[in-house]
Write a protein that binds this ligand. Structure first.
Ligand code: PHE
Length: 454
């Protein structure tokens, strides 16, 4: 496809909602609230905001610059901006990261669909042992999770194959406001429960004694994952931005939306959990075991309300997962379409089939088939480890080095300021300083720290 024909988002709102759709995902709902509660409440939130502002947003802008200046898939965009040198490899790594994540992210997204269905049928009612065993039995079943993984990937395919404007942008414009609205309803319901204030206090109470080096690193890692950085998504979406899109402005708006959703998720989970005296944890067990219990008990005085809250929550979760999955899918779809010269529909189909294939193995590796374990990890956990702990920091680090040290500053500045038409030249120096020094050093710290080397 030539430059002139290349697809693009149709509006400013489309740009923001689609990219925020990528950022707002399971990470906001099952990781952020827990991390905040564990790491000093309001103090963690302040540290997190600094990480988003000083590290997450500059990295996002760097990916915007590479994507928009390239107007092509991530691998080729890295090649173009670096003049076709060895840096191209980072682009390929970004595409690979996006692809690997999409297959296991699809499995968890499928679980969310099962829980919409189960809560609709009223199956998530019973004592805690029952809810626990429901999840264990379901996630280790050889057929059910595979079916839901297939279904969510089919939904993703149907959206992505329709193109950037008619598929991704339309779906994001529809789902993101609904997601936000549902979240607000559940926040209000949760915060009105008796003892809710204890949960709010736990979430927001600044506890400086809990702050140490680990807390900074946790905040940093979370800000990267939550903003979908270093996975090819941001770069691919940016290739559909218009020449008039304000890159730093958009990155800031997306950072704010992503943060707000994470904070609101905390205002759902903690007040409800404290109302029934449950100590919430994180990850799959939080949303698939603890929360069904919490919703049931918290709203036991008005079970119908509990029923609706539970259904709405899982719908919200599925939509957050789906909009992230769309962006992950798009990374590989754009890559195949442009590198293999296929039609968009065929590219989307190939990616979907490959994701279903890998997704099945990931899903089965959790319980049904013991053999799918490598290096002591299930395939599911292996993908999580390789992408989150290896590829993400490597791609993020090298992206900063490329933009900060190798790409001519004129090119970077032209994209940052829309060729001098935006009045943000002063901000450019701050951005460049962060990308050159602060971001790579901090990413290096997280990388070394997670392997116990620091
Ligand atoms: N940002 C998403 C979340 O918070 C996760 C994600 C990572 C989505 C990478 C797309 C790409 O859940």
């Amino acid at each position: 496809m030539s430059k002139l024909e290349r697809a693009s988002f149709g509006s400013k709102l489309g740009v923001i909602l689609a990219t925020a759709g990528s950022a707002v995902g399971l990470g906001n709902i099952w990781r952020f609230p827990f991390m905040t509660g564990q790491n000093g409440g309001a103090v963690f939130i302040i540290i997190y905001i600094f990480c988003v502002l000083l590290l997450g947003i500059p990295c996002m802008i760097s990916e915007f610059i590479i994507g928009r200046s390239g107007q092509c898939n991530t691998a080729r965009a890295f090649s173009k901006i670096s003049g076709g040198s060895a840096w191209t490899l980072i682009g390929y790594m970004g595409v690979l990261t996006g692809f690997l994540i999409s297959s296991y992210y699809a499995v968890v997204s499928g679980w969310c669909l099962e829980y919409v269905w189960a809560s609709l049928l009223g199956k998530l009612q019973g004592d805690p042992a029952y809810i626990n065993s429901y999840f264990e039995t379901f996630s280790q079943d050889p057929v059910k999770p595979v079916f839901w993984t297939f279904l969510i990937l089919l939904a993703t395919y149907l959206i992505v194959e329709n193109g950037v404007r008619d598929g991704i942008e339309k779906a994001s414009k529809l789902m993101m406001p609904i997601l936000f609205f549902l979240l607000l309803i559940i926040v209000v319901a949760s915060c009105m429960l008796p003892n809710a204030n204890k949960g709010i206090e736990f979430l927001l109470n600044p506890d400086i004694t809990k702050v140490n080096g680990d807390v900074f690193l946790a905040a940093l890692g979370q800000s990267f994952y939550s903003l979908s950085i270093a996975m090819g998504c941001i770069c691919t979406y940016a290739s559909y931005f218009s020449k008039h899109t304000n890159l730093p402005g958009s990155a800031i708006q997306i950072g704010i939306i992503d943060f707000l959703v994470a904070l609101l998720a905390g205002l759902v989970i903690f007040p409800a959990a404290f109302a029934v005296g449950v100590n919430p944890d994180s990850g799959p067990s939080l949303i698939f075991i603890t929360l069904p219990n919490v919703f049931q008990q918290a709203f036991s005085a008005i079970p119908t309300l509990g029923y609706f809250i539970s259904v709405l929550f899982y719908i919200l979760l599925s939509m957050a997962a789906l909009t992230s999955l769309m962006s992950l899918h798009e990374v590989s779809t754009a890559f195949i379409e442009e590198e293999l010269g296929t039609t968009r529909k065929l590219a989307a189909l190939i990616v979907t089939v490959c994701c279903i294939f890998l997704g099945i193995f990931c899903s089965l590796s959790i319980g049904a088939v013991e053999q799918y374990h490598f290096f002591g990890l299930s395939l599911f956990n292996l993908f999580d480890f390789v992408t989150g702990q290896l590829l993400l920091p490597i791609v993020g680090f090298l992206t900063c080095i490329l933009i900060g040290w190798f790409v001519p500053h004129k090119i970077v500045r032209d994209e940052f300021t829309n060729r001098g038409t935006l009045d943000n030249g002063g901000l450019f120096h701050i951005y460049l300083f962060l990308v050159k020094y602060v971001c790579p050093i901090c990413i290096l710290f997280i990388f070394l720290h997670q392997f116990g080397l620091l």
